[in-house]
Design a protein around this ligand. Structure first.
Ligand code: SF4
Length: 440
């Protein structure tokens, strides 16, 4: 296991969670931008869900125009800084860079993007203009990437916007759900303040929309309503022992680490259940919080994990051990977790089967469940005409309009769970859907 001491101060926490994509210096940005080939019909642009003109902003950085580069980025993506840091660039823009066809490293597009936008945020450089008021009001439910992006785009078109957020901070997943070594709280929130100051949408914190009456009130007061509520808590596995102390959902675990930093303590021996990116984050974070052993247990083979390869490599790099083709059977303990029993699995005719008699037990002090999040269907079912698919995702048309014409939706409650950048892109498209509908 890599040597991480349990952090006892903010400084130690920052050392353990040092940024994997740190801000570039001016010299680094100049050098890196000078490597770009400024490709025609650049594949990096086609790979970006928000379609940022990447060669253009890199050229602008290269000619010492970071503020203009930031404008190019923000014209396409309101989360330009955050996306530069938290996007899986390895499989998006950087993964598509033509340098991948050679032995030369792909351009570090994400870091260049954060370099330029970070300068604009630090200088509080005015970047956006709100449109003349059109007298229309839109309510946005949820201040996550989709909600903020939708609100920002609508403010540019002159709408009045009220965002209703259940928690006490904006940016959703970016501040609550992303591993702290990808972006700091301060960085995520600075970009949010920068946007709100210029675009002037209202955010009402600690104001969840929960009841039919809440919805009726919004319907009465607003011309349209945008739903950007994301996903709910970690789903139950219905395993014996699941309610023991120190059995926790990965989303809740990551949020605790993000909000409380070194004031959390992680038990010595941790087992993480799951094979997706959230499982990798939870495992890496456990190790960086000083756990002595972290085991990632997945019911299928290593190659079948949903996580990106680089995320698994990051987890392995801090000492996380993989345990594949195992399914949890039971968690045991005396009030708190003491062990977890697994059974081995194998694939047969495309289906996973357990192998009789192959049970074994691992002693551990915590079990983190990274096996999927629930959908927030209770609220959605209260909206007349809005339909959900079999998985509880909101059904929308190409304009992101739901079955109830007054409601539009985007982000995880529609996609079922994608990257921040996808929610940003779709929130903006939904804003244009609202604009066209109201003007029609
Ligand atoms: Fe530059 Fe790579 Fe994009 Fe070409 S593909 S424009 S080299 S970043």
């Amino acid at each position: 296991m890599a040597e991480y001491k349990n952090p006892e101060s903010e400084k130690e926490f920052e050392e353990n969670f040092s940024q994997i994509k740190p801000r570039m210096t001016d010299t680094e940005a100049y050098y890196e931008s000078s490597r770009c080939l400024f490709c025609y019909d650049a594949p990096c642009v086609n790979a970006c869900p928000t379609g940022i003109d990447i060669p253009l902003f890199i050229r602008q950085i290269n000619s010492n125009n970071a503020m203009i580069a930031a404008k190019t980025i923000y014209d396409s993506n309101f989360f330009g800084y955050a996306c530069g840091k938290v996007c899986p660039t390895e499989v998006l823009c950087e993964g598509a860079c033509v340098y991948n066809n050679t032995d030369v490293k792909a351009i570090e597009i994400g870091r260049l993007q954060s370099f330029a936008t970070g300068k604009a945020i630090a200088a509080n450089k005015a970047m956006f203009k709100t449109g003349a008021s059109n007298g229309k009001k839109v309510a946005v439910i949820g201040a996550g990437p989709a909600g903020i992006s939708c609100a920002a785009e609508l403010r540019k078109a002159g709408f009045d916007i009220d965002i209703f957020e259940a928690k006490d901070k904006p940016s959703g997943l970016t501040v609550y759900g992303v591993a702290p070594y990808k972006i700091t709280n301060e960085e995520a929130l600075d970009e949010m303040s920068y946007l709100q100051k210029q675009l002037g949408y209202n955010v009402h914190y600690n104001k969840p929309i929960r009841t039919k009456e809440d919805l009726a009130d919004l319907e009465k007061k607003y011309d349209a309503i945008f739903i950007g509520i994301g996903l709910g808590p970690t789903s139950a596995l219905n395993l014996p022992g699941e309610n023991l102390e120190n059995v926790i959902g990965a989303v809740e675990f990551v949020e605790k680490i993000r909000m409380k930093h070194h004031k959390n303590s992680v038990p010595k021996r941790v087992v993480v259940l799951g094979g997706g990116n959230t499982a990798m984050d939870a495992a890496s974070e456990s190790a960086r919080m000083g756990a002595e052993s972290v085991t990632l247990a997945y019911r299928r083979g290593k190659e079948e994990m949903g996580a990106y390869h680089f995320e698994y490599d990051l987890a392995k790099g801090v000492g996380v051990k993989g345990l594949f083709n195992v399914a949890p059977v039971e968690i045991s303990g005396n009030g708190k977790v003491q062990s977890i029993k697994f059974i081995r699995t194998k694939e047969s005719n495309g289906k996973m089967e357990t192998i009789p008699g192959s049970e074994f037990t691992i002693e551990c002090d915590a079990v983190i469940k990274a096996t999927g999040q629930s959908k927030q269907v209770e609220l959605l079912k209260m909206i007349d005409g809005l339909s959900l698919d079999a998985k509880g995702k909101i059904t929308v048309n190409e304009s992101f309009q739901t079955g109830n014409k007054k409601y539009f939706a985007a982000g995880d409650s529609v996609s079922g769970g994608q990257e921040v950048v996808n929610a940003v892109a779709d929130g903006k498209r939904a804003a244009n859907g609202i604009l066209n509908w109201i003007n029609s």
